[in-house]
Design a protein around this ligand. Sequence first.
Ligand code: SF4
Length: 426
Amino acid sequence: MEDWSAQKFTDSVFFETPIPGVGLPPRNSPGGGATRIPVLNSLPEAGEPVPCADPSQFVLARRKSRQISVKNVKVGGGAPIAVQSMCNTYTHDIEATVSQIERLEVAGCEIVRVAVPDERAANALAEIKRRIRIPLVADIHFDYRLALMAAEAGVDCLRINPGNINGEDRVNEVVAAAKDHGISIRVGVNAGSLEKHLLDRYGGATPQAIVESGLRHIAMLEKRGFYETKISLKASDVARTVLAYRIMAQKVDYPLHLGITESGSLRSGSVKSAVGLGILLSEGIGDTLRVSLASDPVDEVTVAFEILKSLRLRQKGVNVVACPSCGRVQIDVDKLTLEIEKELSHIDAPITVAVMGCEVNGPGEAREADIGVAGGHKRALMFMKGEKVGLVEYADIKKNLVREVEILAAQWAEASAKDMSGSGDA
Ligand code: SF4
């Protein structure tokens, strides 16, 4: 049997050779689609130049993957890691589903999935699709006729496993429909529903069994000349999920959709997802993701962006750096941080704001942020782009921060619009 051990993976190399300071994305690039990034994993030898002084420029290398399209959203091939969510409404309830998708759009969700368990749901897809802007994925299990209906209704991607639809002819029909409508397919393997022969062969839902299941589904698509495929390999525990994705990342170049399935409540699910997805993303694995939470789907989007922002893989929205505060604290950091996050939640611009409690670490962090404050007695020292700009009374800190962030955000939007019109002319 083939050796798919973790050790084999960890000995392999797919990161780019560290090349300090090469191929960095512009700091304010919309979406922050960084792809060619040096990973600095050692200190320079004595006498070697220090490679990069700006910490904002340290971004992780990514696995090279094939690019597919889900409507207008590119997945893989260096595109920004797309954030997905899934509705928890009944899909046949069009009003509730569209209303939830609208909230997801506002939160920044880029691809949305709905369950299609029956004909009532399939019949609702065309109207849902007509009323939303982001790409729509139809989640179908077993019933190939629902996949045909979904494709006809104009969805942008089918989540269906060809090995589970019971017959070569049916697979032919689904693939033909996907090709005719120009839509992609997500092969979604779940540890909880693996084929019995694989469970028998591997003695359970091991990472290797999960991967083999995925490869079998992919082979069925490739046999029919279909390559617009992305793959997810989900288990409810982090260790199995991580190993399955690591193995698959070496086997194929298809884009990978990351997720820890049934990960739990807002708190426990966010932690599990941050750990599992964080490990994979830090290794360059992952082209799109969903944080599965037993919570409002909007929370999934918020948490997903926080994970991506923490690794500098996306830069959407304000990134608030706040100290935990301690016995030296001079301003109410907790309250101020919550208020600022709330007031600036509508900002898309990638702006870092630091809220620091005192003069110990405060000035250093505040200087590195786009805008920052360091607490002092009844007042705070304010910094912008690394420069000290003055003292602010405690009561005015929030007002000043919000105003300055909004000014920076407007400048960023103007610069982005110019960039886009410039690239359109080229
Ligand atoms: S910045 Fe000051 S208040 Fe905040 S944790 Fe550090 S020492 Fe404590």
